[in-house]
Design a protein around this ligand. Structure first.
Ligand code: KG4
Ligand code: ZN
Length: 336
């Protein structure tokens, strides 16, 4: 079984070829970050147009890298949601047309399913079942993963996603969009404890998150003050600490509640080294093992979609002629 995967839910156009026996054969990605930077965030219409421009060349390149012709592809997987609807429609229409022209089945993939399966692209992958912490620009969720397609959301954010909070605070600190990784770099020389940030939701039971208060705390720390470089680093450090501690503590609680022995961290914020370090400690404390994808597969990519598609097609999932694109789509809910 060999599957081509197509991701276009936001500001990355990505295509990959995954083979059930040989693993990942190729992956190509075009990032639109430079296009959107002037606006301080993703402009949906610009994103859709750029996906139109890049999909075909990336498919050609990914096939060439994989030394595969269309005849050796057994199916086409694509991100059907959640995400920007225009961007999704471009990818879905394109992928569905390819499948039709090649006479192959298509399969619609949930973007977060792609993220939570991404650690399976690495050597020594996690076995099912596991607990997944998904931390991206759009989502923050703890998910009980029984097997592919069997997901139970244990807790999620009530307001901003972790990546969104990183990006908004980074913007206040004068860093370019998306600022998560830049904020993490700025935080490196920061001194612990110089700026106090709240630890949202830690005083309450349950596995929900809330990050919008942190953004306000950052605003207060930065307001009416001329901060030098060291003080900016201190703010970044305090902010990152608050997010990391909250994510780690809720993950610890979820491991205890479910008894899982495997913790998977995925999504863009999963690239954060401070978070990884803290989650390692949490996993050790719970007698569990931590799994994460390499940094480039934490953020959006085609490899995770090709892999998810290969797993779904292998177990017989097929899609009709509909596009299936939808802006909001709860993980584990029907309509797949
Ligand atoms: O998963 P992703 O590529 O896109 C979504 O599906 O949302 O995640 C992007 C998010 C952005 O908010 C970005 O700032 C954040 O991941 N991010 C980071 C780091 N690298 C990317 N946040 C914190 N630390 C990082 N090293
Ligand atoms: Zn994503």
């Amino acid at each position: 079984m060999r599957v081509i995967g197509i991701e276009s839910s936001c500001d990355e156009t990505a295509v990959a070829v995954y083979d059930a026996q040989r693993g990942l054969l190729s992956h190509r990605l075009h990032s639109q970050i430079a296009l959107h930077q002037a606006y301080g965030g993703v402009v949906p219409e610009i994103a859709s147009r750029d996906h139109v421009k890049w999909l075909l060349p990336l498919v050609r390149e990914a096939l060439a890298d994989a030394k595969s012709g269309p005849e050796s592809i057994d199916g086409v997987a694509y991100t059907a949601g959640p995400g920007l609807i225009g961007a999704l429609l471009v990818g879905a229409g394109f992928a569905r047309s390819l499948a039709y022209a090649w006479g192959r089945p298509a399969v619609a993939i949930h973007h977060l399913e792609g993220h939570l399966l991404a650690p399976l692209l690495e050597p020594d992958p996690p076995r099912f079942p596991f607990l997944a912490l998904i931390v991206s620009g759009g989502h923050t969720q703890l998910v009980d993963v029984a097997e592919i397609g069997r997901y139970r959301i244990l807790g999620e954010t009530l307001d901003d996603a972790a990546g969104e909070a990183f990006d908004k605070t980074a913007k206040m600190l004068g860093l370019p969009y998306p600022g998560g990784a830049a904020l993490a770099r700025l935080a490196e020389p920061g001194r612990p404890g110089r700026f106090k940030f709240p630890r949202p939701m830690l005083d309450r039971p349950g596995l929900e998150f809330s990050f919008s208060g942190l953004k306000t705390a950052a605003l207060v720390a930065l307001r009416d003050r001329e901060l030098d470089d060291q003080a900016r680093a201190d703010v970044a450090h305090g902010f990152q600490e608050a997010i990391v501690e909250t994510l780690a503590e809720k993950s610890r609680r979820a491991l205890a509640a479910t008894g899982h022995r495997r913790l998977v961290v995925a999504g863009g914020v999963g690239a954060n080294l401070s978070l990884r370090e803290r989650l390692h400690a949490v996993a050790r404390g719970a007698g569990a093992q931590l799994y994460f994808p390499r940094a480039e597969f934490c953020t959006d990519n085609g490899a995770m979609i090709a892999l998810a598609g290969c797993m779904r097609l292998s177990r017989g999932d097929r899609q009709g002629l509909e596009l299936g694109a939808r802006a909001s789509w709860e993980l584990g809910s029907q309509g797949e």
